[in-house]
Ligand binder design. Structure first.
Ligand code: SF4
Length: 526
């Protein structure tokens, strides 16, 4: 479904802001690839681009790939921007640049929807999801493309049914420049974890597309050049378990039709381990990674944050069950909780060792607006506004100790030998449980891509890198067993983790990537 224009034509420039360097965007791995420059195509902006009236020309620019130029702004009659809190400064900067060309600028997406007052300079604030506010914005621009005399706030009261969503305008994005493809089946989550803004922003009753929309989107992603992996950015893939079960056979059919060309990953609550019928379907559909917001191995802390659903099975048992269906677990972890003790860091490192999870996003607690945590801390007078600090929370433990624990955990957890040992475990214990996909076609393009990545890995890590010994121990084992695909896939992620954590442990990276709930471009959001 698309909006109507009543015959008027407007040229719209959609600009997605750069990310601040962060744990979850893998930029240290881009030089190992064949030209990747950005993390995931932004779903929200590409959806809006597809929804605009058919006769409105649209240009899409992801500033992680290239900046919007003077020529782009001169071409446009209005500018649309979207993003998350972590991109706040960059969004305000795009607005300033567009205003230099006297263009009206509209902002939508998760950050403005939670915090409209972060964006005082924008002409139009689009608060909420695609719906009546979007139609109103389009009608206002159709009527008059000049800048309004004061800010106009448009709030979605009536959301467009997701079954009416158009296919995102992937054709406008250079998909081969992205590390991962992205797709969205549902929106919202039934749980109410204290720190999470998803239920407040997107509701507790997941809204859904149809399986047919998803397979059509996958077809389009392939046509537009996506290869490798596609991430389901749903807040919780099993937020509606029946819907997940309905979708999976369609994904299996699609994979059979295309020769299992894509790997899938998603975010889901750890209690997925209690659903063997879903896990079996995911295995058949070639899901290889599940992001679970484990948050903490401490049951007292889980109870305090209202994440009891993580305890429906013992955590370690849950992880092993997921592994037994061929899926690696990625885990979100939070430090700085009220329940933390001086030995919390040590317990976390023990948990990492025992679980053998290779990738854990370890963040300091950050209070997001529109969350129960925010409300509680505001009542307790424990919110701080100081951009020089690593978190906006007044911790129970002394601030320096909490930050120090975070740095130590990052430093130890991502020592090259430890990370690669965890990948070795996954290759030996999880990967053999994956569905055996048919041999992939040895096209010239595939061969060139594989050789380029191997050359980059060997040269940049094996020759020029500073953890050569650990790398070659790992790499030679893979080569001896003919596990080239595992070598490439593991190093693409491991290298970023090692390099980012090294900066983090030396105080050069932010300790709160939590605003990295990449709903927009979405990354592990749990
Ligand atoms: S943290 Fe995950 S499970 Fe909890 S409310 Fe948010 S999306 Fe749902």
């Amino acid at each position: 479904m698309r909006a109507e224009s009543a015959g008027v034509v407007r040229r719209i420039l959609c600009v997605f802001p750069r990310y601040t360097s962060s744990f979850g965007t893998f930029e240290y791995s881009y030089p190992l690839t064949d030209g990747v420059q950005a993390f995931m195509p932004p779903q929200g902006l590409l959806l809006i681009a597809a929804y605009l009236p058919e006769n409105w020309p649209v240009r899409f620019i992801d500033e992680n790939i290239r900046p919007a130029t003077a020529e782009d702004f001169e071409w446009a009659e209005a500018v649309f921007v979207s993003g998350m809190h972590i991109q706040r400064h960059q969004m305000n900067d795009i607005c300033r640049r567009a205003h230099a060309f006297d263009l009206p600028v509209a902002i939508g997406g998760p950050s403005v929807s939670a915090c409209p007052d972060y964006y005082p300079s924008f002409d139009y604030l689009h608060v909420g999801e695609l719906g009546d506010a979007t139609d109103e914005l389009i009608a206002l621009l159709a009527r008059d493309p000049s800048r309004p005399s004061r800010q106009v706030v448009l709030k979605t009261a009536d959301r467009l049914d997701m079954t009416c969503f158009p296919l995102p305008a992937y054709e406008l994005a250079e998909l081969k420049r992205y590390f991962l493809g992205s797709i969205q089946y549902s929106s919202g989550c039934p749980y109410q974890c204290e720190f999470c803004d998803i239920p407040g922003l997107y509701g507790r009753n997941p809204r859904l597309k149809t399986p047919q929309q998803i397979t059509a989107e996958l077809d389009k992603l392939l046509e537009c050049g996506i290869r490798g992996s596609v991430y389901f950015v749903d807040d919780n893939f099993i937020g509606n378990r029946k819907a997940a079960l309905d979708l999976l056979p369609h994904l299996v059919e699609w994979q059979k039709k295309t020769g299992f060309i894509l790997r899938f990953s998603c975010e889901a609550t750890l209690n997925i381990a209690k659903r063997p019928e879903i896990l079996a379907g995911m295995r058949e559909a070639f899901f290889c990674t599940v992001f679970c917001g484990i948050e903490t191995p401490d049951p007292v802390a889980l109870k305090a944050m209202h994440k009891d659903h993580n305890m429906m099975v013992p955590i370690m048992e849950g992880i092993r069950t997921i592994n037994s269906y061929g899926m690696e677990v990625v885990s979100g972890i939070i430090l700085g909780l009220d329940t933390d003790k001086p030995d919390t860091g040590a317990h976390l490192l023990e948990f990492i060792e025992a679980s053998q999870i290779p990738l854990l996003t370890i963040n300091l607690l950050q209070a997001l607006p529109k969350t129960p945590l925010w409300d509680r801390l505001a009542r307790e007078n424990r919110l701080i506004e100081d951009e020089g600090l690593e978190s906006n929370v007044v911790f129970r433990q002394p601030y320096d100790e909490v930050v120090d624990t975070w740095r130590k955990c990052m430093g130890v957890a991502y020592e090259p030998a430890r990370v690669l040992k965890r990948y070795e475990y996954q290759i030996q214990n999880t990967a053999p449980n994956q569905v055996k996909r048919p041999p992939q076609k040895a096209t010239r393009q595939n061969i060139k891509l594989g050789l380029t990545m191997l050359r980059n890995i060997f040269w940049k890590i094996g020759v020029l890198g500073d953890y050569k010994l650990e790398f070659w121990k790992f790499a030679l084992r893979r080569l001896a067993r003919g596990e080239i695909e595992h070598l490439i896939a593991s190093m693409m992620v491991a290298h970023h983790l090692i390099m980012f954590a090294r900066g983090a442990s030396r105080g050069r990276q932010n300790a709160s990537n939590y605003s990295m709930r990449l709903r927009e471009a979405s990354v592990p959001a749990e």
